[in-house]
Design a protein around this ligand. Structure first.
Ligand SMILES: Nc1ncnc2c1ncn2[C@@H]1O[C@H](COP(=O)(O)OP(=O)(O)OP(=O)(O)O)[C@@H](O)[C@H]1O
Length: 226
């Protein structure tokens, strides 16, 4: 579904390449964890996959088509959904308004269907009453789950998340990882998360470790049954 080919990246003001000649492939129906030390370049790599930054050289291909300057904004809007650690929900809007707005902006096929949104929210323990509350009144864990439901309601096939469990306790972390698994395994999306938590990475289908500019890929065999 998503490929990087011969990708090299160097920050404009840096004197050294962060990674060089990287080739990797990400498939639909899989949950990937990108791990590595602080400063290894995980967030930068995720930004490149999301089309938020462009490689110094090399290619990004989505569904066999190269993502170019002319297709970049369409790719970002329709094909990619990002879940940020800080949730990126609008505080002054209700849960429902946040999700409907995102669906409208991305042209989701269910964009006028409040019932559909309520059903998904109910599955993660957010009832109708909470759905009509302003986001500012929700806990961190609740907000993160809403951010993931927002992704589920949009039709993007590629879901990218930077430290999605960074601020969460154990129970919420498990819930959030289960939601990501659902997106990958039941909805056949390609889900890629950056995490520094070993237990979270072990729960994904594939772990990709970034170390000194090199990526090593390891399938978590015990997690491969879908
Ligand atoms: N805009 C920038 N210009 C120059 N260097 C940068 C820029 N942003 C990040 N870097 C550097 O690039 C390297 C990789 O940063 P990045 O944030 O991608 O790492 P990370 O693995 O996600 O780290 P962490 O786990 O701490 O979030 C770091 O050395 C960082 O200082």
């Amino acid at each position: 579904m998503l490929k990087v080919e011969d990708l090299t990246y160097q920050y404009p003001k840096s004197d050294k390449k962060l990674f060089e000649h990287v080739n990797l492939e990400f498939d639909a129906g899989e949950l990937y964890a990108i791990v590595g030390r602080s400063g290894a370049g995980k967030t930068t790599f995720l930004s490149l996959l999301a089309g938020l930054d462009v490689p110094t050289s090399g290619k990004l291909k989505y569904q066999e088509q190269m993502v170019t300057a002319s297709t970049l904004s369409e790719y970002r809007r329709k094909d990619v959904s990002m879940v940020f650690q800080a949730y990126n929900l609008f505080d002054y809007m209700t849960v429902m308004e946040n999700i409907l707005t995102a669906m409208e902006l991305t042209g989701s096929k269910n964009r006028h269907d409040r019932q559909y949104v309520l059903q998904l929210l109910a599955k993660i323990g957010i009832d109708r009453q909470l759905a009509d509350k302003k986001v500012v009144f929700l806990s961190g864990g609740q907000q993160q789950r809403v951010a993931i439901v927002r992704t589920m309601c949009c039709d993007a096939q590629l879901v990218l998340a930077d430290e999605p469990t960074g601020n969460l306790d154990e129970d919420n972390t498990t819930e959030v990882i289960n939601l990501f698994k659902k997106l990958a395994h039941e909805e056949n999306r390609c889900v890629i998360i950056v995490t520094h938590e070993a237990e979270v990475a072990r729960n994904c289908d594939v772990q990709i470790e970034l170390h000194q500019g090199h990526f090593s890929v390891q399938r978590n065999l015990c997690r491969s049954s879908k």
